[in-house]
Every structure is written in structure tokens, then in C-alpha cells.
Design a protein around this ligand. Structure first.
Ligand code: MN
Length: 133
């Protein structure tokens, strides 16, 4: 058993990784352990991940705010507090804050995450499938 004290993940708040566009504040809730990594990520409005996929899939639990997500080839979808997402193994996608809202999610990532190219402003600004932003 491993207990990760809150003081450890609070200590990396504010670091911005190269896999993100815009200001993103990830907390390492659980460093990679037996192929599982958990991050709690605060996205500022318009901030988002690069395109990427997760070897074993990913669970997103939206804690606060409103965000956007898109799987490759699908529409941009809105995420709201309380939503849960399952991204299956290998599915390319991105996620982030919406144009006018912060978004906080806990991300449970299984296996290796493969990072690709940046999400363009045009891709980000595509109208979400339910017509809202
Ligand atoms: Mn992801």
C-alpha cells in the first residue's frame, strides 16, 4: 500500500506541461503506480491538452466548470461538472476548458499516454454538437 500525502501533490500545482496549450494547473494526485496515473487538472478558459491517446484508456471525472472534449472524427462535446467520460484505449482525443469557463477534472489514465500535435484554434472553436459553447 502507498499513501500519497496531500502535501506532495499540492507541491506541483501551477506547473505547466508541454502537452498543453494555455494555462493549465495539474496536481499529481497519484504518480504512475502499477500503470495508473491520476491527475487533477485545472484548465483556464480556452486552455486544452494536445491531441493524445491513452494505452489503456482514461476516465475523466468533471469536478467543476464547463469544458470541451473531442474524439478524433467526432464532434466537439461539452463537459459539465458531474459528467464522467470513458476514453477507450488508443482513441485520439483532447480535452480542456471552454471558451468562457474554467474546467477542473480528475483524470485516471491507464498505461502510457502518447502525445501528438497541438489542437488548433479552428479545431477548438468548432461549434459543440449541442450548439452551446
Ligand atoms: Mn485524455
Amino acid at each position: 500500500m502507498k499513501i500519497i500525502p496531500s502535501t506532495e501533490h499540492a507541491g506541483i500545482a501551477g506547473k505547466v506541461g508541454s502537452q498543453f496549450s494555455g494555462a493549465v494547473y495539474p496536481y499529481m494526485t497519484m504518480p504512475s503506480t502499477d500503470g495508473v496515473v491520476i491527475n487533477t487538472v485545472n484548465f483556464t478558459p480556452c486552455a486544452r491538452t494536445y491531441w493524445h491517446s491513452h494505452e489503456g484508456g482514461q476516465i475523466l471525472i468533471v469536478l467543476a466548470g464547463r469544458g470541451l472534449i473531442q474524439a478524433e472524427g467526432g464532434p466537439v462535446r461539452i463537459l459539465r461538472a458531474g459528467d464522467t467520460v470513458w476514453a477507450p484505449p488508443g482513441e485520439r482525443h483532447w480535452h480542456g476548458g471552454s471558451e468562457d469557463s474554467f474546467m477542473t477534472h480528475t483524470a485516471i489514465s491507464l498505461g502510457v499516454t502518447s502525445w501528438a500535435e497541438e489542437v488548433t484554434d479552428e479545431q477548438f472553436s468548432a461549434t459543440p454538437s449541442d450548439g452551446e459553447k
